[in-house]
Design a protein around this ligand. Sequence first.
Ligand code: ZN
Length: 55
Amino acid sequence: MDHKCDVCGFEIESKNANPDLKEDYQGKTYNFCCPLCQATFKTLPEQFVTHAANQ
Ligand SMILES: [Zn+2]
């Protein structure tokens, strides 16, 4: 199963997925392509949660 980075939209191939590069926030799991995107999400999680909810 492929995921997209919830910060930058970059596609994450399963074989490259790092199990540490995800965060649970308000009952949803967010995936990231790199530690930088994960850090960005942790800094401003609301920004990315709102974006997903508006779709
Ligand atoms: Zn990313």
